[in-house]
Write a protein that binds this ligand. Structure first.
Ligand code: ATP
Length: 514
């Protein structure tokens, strides 16, 4: 790089403190114009805080932000956008019942005589779509789009606002392998056009494949940069955590005869007049068995889990827990009867963000120890047990009185897993149990699930992480448009083949499938 080409982004000595925590400490980041730059680090290392600072959502306590060599003061995302910085969040923020065009312009509509100037908007969107090969259809309804397309709409929305520096927060977490390849194709295109991409990821192999350079953050501070061409995933992990990579998966079957969960012909209706979201689904989970469900998000997996948990009413079919039919039971009774639950959206279902960790520890388990003593909430026992979970599950936070909102995403997830496992469930409904957790914590959670399985726990596992599904499952079903469309052998299937079934590329199970 010559003196005459300033860096697209330079962060000098960025420090950001929250009460009791230094989230970022003296961070240095140098991102060249036109490169794809990855940020990696274990849970709670400070990646999101740093990106939020760069997007104007946090004000740094110390340090400087330079864009194209000039210092900027970002007080809000609007300031960031004005400086050419856009962010694509992990949870898409699109309005389902609007078209692609409407979603893209929402908030920055071109107007003509006070009304939306559709012609101008359409022209610009087509230009953006063509220049970066995004393949957008401006009039399609967002609710009809798959995950990969929705992500491209989010990217287009940011480009529409004139961003030349894009921040992507764990963009591949929700994608199947084919979609990941497409996204990487899109990123290459953005790069070719001179745009700069900064992205956060926990998937080190992917990072090595797509990034031009990598910055590693550990415990709030930059520990170094790595060249993806010459650094292995193991070396990266060691820079991040100083720990070993996950151990290879053990394949000894622990499946016993006794069924713990039997779902028969379960059907859950969709909205008024639409087709069933869970359509005549039958499956059995036995003691010591992990039954995985692969599927592109939105194909009925969440509704299936909700129905087993009693959060949604089926119109047909039955659910048995052990020998007991629980189809009409309340959620609370199911939970007390031994159904554990790791929700896919921890902010909506799994946590009270403003409440302290100890309250979150007893959430959903209020009727049994350590939550109660007689008729009262036993705060002291709840706090003590929360501290135990924090130790055993490596939840990094100041203490049991810390509010959940102050934890990084991965640490919140570890607390939920610890809470659910502590209730010794008979069957665990696990939706994306390691989403957002780093490689070290992921291997810890996998080991815990495997140990529990060996002791007889039955697990119904929904995950978008195909390595996880293949690695943990004893039986693996594929769900598409509400139906189970294939059952594959996890010891033989590859992520690519699985991705094919998930997107409807194969209509039938292969010969030899279970
Ligand atoms: N709003 C907040 N209030 C208090 N502390 C916070 C807040 N946001 C983050 N923190 C703390 O800052 C630290 C860094 O968190 P951050 O979310 O940036 O980590 P991360 O690297 O993105 O982690 P993950 O991979 O788990 O998402 C953590 O200790 C977290 O508990």
């Amino acid at each position: 790089m010559t003196e005459s080409t300033p860096l697209a982004v330079e962060l000098r000595g960025i420090t950001k403190r929250f009460p009791g925590v230094v989230a970022n400490k003296d961070i240095e980041l140098r991102v060249a114009r036109g490169e794809v730059h990855a940020i990696v680090g274990e849970n709670g290392a400070g990646k999101s805080t740093l990106m939020k600072t760069l997007y104007g959502m946090h004000r740094p306590d110390e340090g400087q932000i330079l864009v194209d060599g000039r210092e900027v003061h970002l007080r809000s995302p609007n300031d960031a956008i004005a400086a050419g910085i856009g962010m694509v969040h992990q949870h898409f923020m699109l309005a389902d019942n609007f078209t692609v065009l409407e979603n893209i312009v929402l908030g920055s509509e071109p107007t003509k005589g006070g009304r939306l100037d559709r012609a101008t908007a359409r022209r610009r969107i087509t230009e953006i779509s063509d220049s970066y090969s995004l393949g957008l259809e401006p009039d399609a309804l967002v609710e009809d789009l798959g995950v990969g397309d929705r992500q491209r709409v989010e990217i287009a929305k940011v480009l529409y606002r004139g961003a030349t520096i894009l921040i992507l927060d764990e963009p591949t977490a929700v994608l199947v392998p084919q979609e990941v390849d497409e996204l990487f194709g899109n990123l290459a295109e953005l790069k070719r056009e001179g745009l700069t991409v900064i992205f956060i990821s926990h998937k080190l192999d992917e990072v090595r494949k797509v990034a031009d350079s990598i910055t590693v953050i550990r415990r709030g501070t930059t520990v170094g940069t790595a060249d993806p061409a010459t650094t292995t995933a193991r070396q990266l992990a060691e820079m991040m955590v100083g720990a070993e990579l996950p151990t290879p998966v053990t394949r000894d079957s622990t499946v016993r005869e006794t069924p713990v969960l039997r779902i028969s012909h379960l059907t859950v209706p969709g909205g008024a007049g639409s087709r069933a979201v869970v359509d005549d689904v039958s499956m059995t989970v036995r003691e010591g068995e992990v039954v995985g469900i692969a599927g592109v998000e939105g194909n009925g997996q969440s509704e299936l889990i909700d129905a087993v948990l009693g959060l949604r009413l089926p119109t047909a079919g039955t659910v048995l827990l052990g020998e007991e039919e629980i189809t009409d039971w309340s959620t609370r009774r199911r939970r007390e009867g031994g159904v554990g639950f790791i929700p896919e959206d921890r902010h909506r279902q799994g946590m009270l963000l403003d409440a302290p960790l100890w309250e979150n520890r007893i959430l959903g388990h209020q009727t049994r120890p350590p939550a109660v003593k007689g008729a009262f909430i036993d705060r002291r026992a709840a706090r003590t047990d929360t501290s135990r979970i924090m130790r055993e599950y490596d939840v990094r936070a100041p203490g049991p009185n810390t509010p959940a909102v102050a934890l990084s995403g991965g640490n919140q997830q570890k607390l939920i897993v610890g809470r659910e496992m502590s209730a010794s469930p008979r069957v665990l409904l696990a939706a994306h149990p390691t989403r957002g957790v780093d490689v070290g914590a992921q291997s810890v959670i996998w080991e815990l699930l495997k140990d529990a399985r060996a002791e007889g726990l039955g697990i119904l596992l929904v995950s978008a992480d195909l390595e996880e599904l293949i690695g943990l499952s004893d039986t693996l079903h594929v769900m598409l448009r509400g139906k189970l469309v294939a059952t594959v052998d996890p010891r033989q299937v590859t992520p690519e083949v699985l991705g094919g079934y998930m997107t409807g590329g194969h209509e039938n199970a292969p010969a030899g499938a279970a």
